[in-house]
Design a protein around this ligand. Sequence first.
Ligand SMILES: Cc1cc2nc3c(=O)[nH]c(=O)nc-3n(C[C@H](O)[C@H](O)[C@H](O)COP(=O)(O)OP(=O)(O)OC[C@H]3O[C@@H](n4cnc5c(N)ncnc54)[C@H](O)[C@@H]3O)c2cc1C
Length: 422
Amino acid sequence: MTRSDVVVVGAGVVGLSTAFHLARKGAKVDLVDAGEAGSGASRSNAGWIVPSMSEPVPSPAGLRTAAKWAWRTDGPLKVGFEPSATYVHFLARMLMASRPSAFERGLEATAALAAGAIAAFDDLERAGVSVERHADGVLLLFLDERGIEPHLRDLRSAERAGLPPAVALDAREVADLEPGVGPKVVGGILCPGDQHVDPSSLVDGLMAQCRTVGVRIRTGSPVSDLVDAGDRVRLTAGSERFEAGSLVIAAGVGSRHLAAQLGVGIPVRAGKGYGFDFLRPPVQVRHAVYLTDHKVAVTPMDRGLRIAGTMEFGSENGTVDNRRAAGIARAMPSYFSPWDAELPQPWCGLRPMSPDGLPVIGRLPTRSPVYVATGHAMLGITLGPVTGSLLSSLVLDGTHSPLLEPFRPSRFLGRRGRHPRP
Ligand SMILES: Cc1cc2nc3c(=O)[nH]c(=O)nc-3n(C[C@H](O)[C@H](O)[C@H](O)COP(=O)(O)OP(=O)(O)OC[C@H]3O[C@@H](n4cnc5c(N)ncnc54)[C@H](O)[C@@H]3O)c2cc1C
């Protein structure tokens, strides 16, 4: 039996950040993952740190996107069919969370947490975490001028996060910033305070520094047999038995199944996204760029150019829908010219999505101290480090930051502190 103060399940950016902060504060930490570190969504994403884009997915704008794209085979959104009552319940809750009042509350809570995102990355780097980070802002490109003004209004969370406000650019100003942009682009918006990373460098940097501060890491070790023993938690990871004073479930989409083993319902589902990595991109892209009309993220990294997008519900597996993935790449020639590139193999990642689009962070109603940190949706890279920092204080000394209040798991739990198993 391996004994520790805290076992963290999940070596994605949320679990790694939490384990790092716990160990840094003196706790004896074991970190276990079913696969390789970052093999959930944490290597397979666009890598943006975007406090100015704190909008939860369920939103009035999201409903309009759904109406336009949901049934197309190559669009940025798919709501698939899954014959389960809990899935239908999840979609119904998502619909309710799209009301303007719920959306505004969610935006405010997320923007407040995201206000600490850049500082949390600065803190990680100061503490020795090596990461490829770029601070050039994020540039939104538009093919239709009418989109610019509404988007500018939507980017309000930048100022709340203490970042410089987003600025509208005409086509010439866009071309000055990004000479590879084609003639169809009529304008843009620059979010100067946003940043981006190579997400794999973040995972690797966190892994290395976790080891330095003493975190014991086991990969290829799926967790099973979770037991709430009253004052301690016991579990099996791979072939090893663990016992710990506290447990943190940061297993992305898998958090739902782990919490269910303890009789708690955390209604997190997958929002699948796809991407391609061009090791020799046909144009040079300087900024992280959003192809606004097609909802595609373009990220320049030292090792090449990544494009990513789509949100697919009802498909909780690693299967790539080639038609939908290719839809992402088809957007490129409209924005960059000339764009003539052979398509590499697509990859996919599962975003952990809660029905109200907000992270789920906090203590579960178990006898022994069990915490969850998941549901970061499109913002897990942005919010992972700040989540890890705040959660480590909650686990070690019970300090519950008011910033975490809106994300309490109890918002999903029924009268008896439980929820029908998802
Ligand atoms: C296409 C795409 C683009 C994105 N772009 C951005 C972006 O630009 N900016 C941003 O902020 N966010 C972005 N995201 C979202 C971000 O990637 C996720 O929110 C984030 O990676 C979630 O991290 P996590 O640690 O919660 O989960 P994960 O990275 O999924 O990690 C969970 C880990 O738990 C492990 N696990 C699961 N079950 C078990 C078990 N039973 N036992 C042991 N281990 C288990 C898994 O193996 C996995 O390694 C994007 C996502 C996608 C898919």
